[in-house]
Design a protein around this ligand. Structure first.
Ligand code: ATP
Ligand code: MG
Length: 222
């Protein structure tokens, strides 16, 4: 099977995540997309609500799609979870399957700040998706892209098209997909909630109800 791993804080999950996962699944013929909500970092990060709530909202949001599954590997860990360890665990769970790590280009440009980024890029092939503010050409800003592999030296940045396969310096591949731009972010949703504004049509209704039921992002508190 071809499996896509979609990590994130999902704080909360929104339609930008769901549509990205669906387009990636369809365009790259994945059998499943495994959503992987992150655990709780040891130091309380501003605004990051408990992992169990983020996990439950991700379960609720994906329940109606048989090709979406949610993993609790990271949320059930008490110590800090690192993506490199999670991927190694997934290879143990799915030894005969092909794994891909799905990331928005914004997140890909940040991986030099993650734990052992050189190990991470040598472990798995990536699927990188555009999002408003981050186009296909932005991946050339990453130090992990092998520029020769995409003939970037001869081409202008504009000539780089979507749905292209790039080589990472580790030898692994990065499939770059231009997807429907959906300008939704969890940051914006948290901001709206704090200001007591509507989040309708940004998240599935079941997620919206859950947020209000447990008063997850109370207004006035940051
Ligand atoms: P925050 O604003 O808290 O960072 P977020 O909306 O960026 O939240 P994350 O949980 O940080 O959501 O993102 C998980 C993954 O989903 C990342 O790889 C991110 O790039 C991607 N992603 C998030 N929102 C979108 C979107 N609207 N379109 C495409 N990809 C997205
Ligand atoms: Mg983010």
């Amino acid at each position: 099977m071809r499996l896509g791993i979609f990590g994130g804080t999902f704080n909360p999950i929104h339609f930008g995540h769901l549509r990205a996962a669906e387009e990636v699944r369809e365009k790259l013929n994945l059998h499943k997309v495994i959503f992987m909500p992150s655990g709780n970092p040891p130091l309380k990060t501003l605004d990051l609500i408990e992992a169990s709530h983020r996990y439950t909202m991700t379960r609720l949001a994906t329940a109606s799609n048989v090709d979406f599954v949610v993993s609790d590997i990271e949320v059930r860990q008490t110590k800090k979870s690192y993506t490199v360890n999670t991927i190694q665990m997934l290879y143990d769970i799915y030894p005969d399957d092909e794994l891909f790590f799905i990331l928005g280009i914004d997140a890909f440009l940040d991986i030099s700040n993650w734990w052992q980024p050189d190990v991470l890029i040598s472990l798995i092939d990536f699927i990188l998706v555009t999002r408003p503010g981050y186009g296909v050409e932005d991946i050339l800003k990453s130090p992990y892209i092998n520029r020769q592999s995409c003939h970037c030296e001869e081409q202008s940045d504009e000539a780089i098209s979507s749905n292209e396969i790039f080589q990472l310096k580790s030898g692994k591949k990065a499939f770059v997909l231009e997807i429907t731009p959906i300008g939704i972010s969890s940051t914006e949703i948290r901001r709206l909630l704090k200001e007591d504004k509507s989040i309708k049509y940004l998240v599935p209704e079941i997620v919206e109800d859950y947020i209000y039921k447990y008063k997850l992002y109370p207004n006035g508190i940051s």
